[in-house]
Design a protein around this ligand. Structure first.
Ligand code: MN
Length: 255
């Protein structure tokens, strides 16, 4: 086994979104990822890899040094014991099951996790929490958090828990963020600490896992915000740094 090299690549697995897209073959089922995740990780020197659902999530984790649970469609409500609301989107059961296994395995391994939007909801459900299926209807004073009309724009503030990892990364206890979600955490899972809230409604906008070396989840989309935005600046750098530390702590593969 060789000593860790500062040039060793840091590989970040990003969970894939199965979509049917129009191609020259006609409508084609494809495993996809939105390009801003890739751009944000490449900018920090990481090697982004697509994580495709497999039965053995631990085998997938062998290929990466960190996991980014990405955005996408709603989770299946029965996975958190709820009846389906008419606004809940069609579920991808394969993705739901894979992300639950992946999150559990990454937590057990102490591997860094950054969870974004659906990813935060997926992490919460994996650990036994529940979701609001339609925020505007179910959370007083929340208003419309589904501002896909202005994807990169700050549309509401988030008050961060003083002293939390996120507050340290951003260097402030209040950030303005974009918002492209109609669902959100209802009951946080055991172990998840709420570290960010929409101040008008108390809606959960960020959580972390205190017993884990680096597990941060946000309901907004930092990868779509401008590079210097207060709700993005430093987050991907901190995540990739944690992945590098994790990579340096594990045995070299193939030896
Ligand atoms: Mn929001």
């Amino acid at each position: 086994m060789s000593d860790p090299s500062p040039d060793r690549p840091v590989r970040v697995g990003v969970t894939a979104w199965l979509r049917t897209l129009e191609t020259h073959l006609g409508p084609t089922a494809m495993y996809t990822i939105q390009t801003p995740y890739v751009s944000a990780l490449r900018a920090e020197g990481a090697v982004p890899l697509l994580l495709i659902p497999v039965t053995d999530a631990e085998a997938a984790l062998d290929a990466v040094d960190g996991v980014l649970l990405s955005g996408g469609n709603d989770l299946e409500p029965s996975t958190y014991g709820a009846e389906r609301h008419p606004r809940s989107q069609a579920a991808d059961h394969e993705r739901d099951a894979f992300e639950a296994s992946l999150a559990a395995a990454a937590i057990a391994a102490g591997m860094p996790i950054l969870a974004i939007c659906r990813g935060m909801q997926s992490l919460n459900v994996a650990l036994g929490g529940s979701l609001h299926q339609n925020v505007e209807e179910h959370v007083d004073r929340a208003g419309n958090h589904d501002r896909v009309d202005v994807p990169g724009d700050p549309v509401h503030t988030v008050v961060l828990e003083p002293g939390s990892r996120l507050a340290a990364i951003f260097g402030t206890d209040v950030v303005s963020v974009n918002s492209m979600h109609h669902q959100a955490i209802a009951d946080p899972a055991p172990g998840l600490r709420v570290v960010g809230r929409h101040p008008e409604s108390g809606l959960v906008e960020a959580v972390d896992l205190q017993t884990h070396p680096w597990c941060v989840a946000v309901q907004w989309h930092p990868e779509v915000m401008a590079g210097g935005a207060p709700g993005r600046l430093g987050l991907f750098r901190a995540f990739v740094d944690a992945c590098r530390t994790f990579a340096d702590s594990r045995p070299e593969l193939g030896n």
